[in-house]
Design a protein around this ligand. Sequence first.
Ligand code: PMV
Length: 342
Amino acid sequence: MNKLAVISHLLSNALLQSPHKQSGTGFAPTNIALCKYWGKRDAELNLPITSSLSIALPNKGSTTTLTLIDQSIDRVIFNGRERSSTSPFVERLVQYLDLFRRERAWHLQVDITMNIPVAAGFASSAAGFASLVIALNDLFDWHASRQTLSILARLGSGSAARSLWMGFVEWQAGADPCGMDSYGMPLEKSWPDLCVGLLSLNNQPKPISSRRAMQQTVASSVLYESWPKQVSRDLVLLKQAIQDKNFPLLGSIAENNALSMHATMLSSMPPICYFLPETLEAMHRIWKLRAEGLALYFTEDAGPNLKLLFLKSDIKRVQIHFPEMLLAADGSQADPAIDARG
Ligand code: PMV
């Protein structure tokens, strides 16, 4: 099954004719995986080999507004600046919009505003595609469920499947070859004292995209064989940690999960290494601080930057050691479980 067939299966033809409104808008939060998604069983549909689990950053993410325009091409304005129609970013976005444009008679102005550092491994594509899907739902008046929107967002970027809810979200790998059972599910648990900080260490473009890096790892790393086993263990332990509000368990499993994912990349051929000297230096500082008694952990995605995990009671101590850290979830948000149920 290809993307078009999945969309036709989820939305009837009547819903895909043309937009019902002049404009549509949507916000989606960034999500940070505590148990990573690494490896696809279907590259076209972004179907994962394993399930994964994330936490949303409630006030960090992407807002997309779509407005019908009387022009022959789409216009994309990103953070207030119009982007060239030939840039890879716009091409990927327009390709995605084309999936919903059965007769290409209409075009859009796409305004995207993100309040997270972009392309720095802070999951901007997840929030971006999820907010785009929510905006499409508004524009077309689909009244689609969050589950359906999660599947649609996954077709844009795998991890976007988790950005449709606040709080903790598990993306179930599913078993259906068409992916109808592969979507996000909110965990009805909140943890207001849990904090996430973004540590921007180097913002140079990535040496290799996560899409290619995943393919290369699955195809060539002998260590990848152990990844599904690791994920099964980590999902159980992370859910246990969330249930019991056991922070050392959550932090140590999230950190170990991220390092194990990077180990599979290092052992792929040719090797993939997102660590930079700044990344390793920060890791060693975190381990030293932890040995000295500070409950501080990290996770890292497909980039050199780190996300710090700690409790609200330690905000000041963490800020002293990492003054440049951007506090993305400070535990003072509304109960995420309320949003998760909504
Ligand atoms: O959704 P993608 O293709 O950007 O892949 C995301 C992969 C990681 O960020 C490394 C892990 C994850 O689960 O978010």
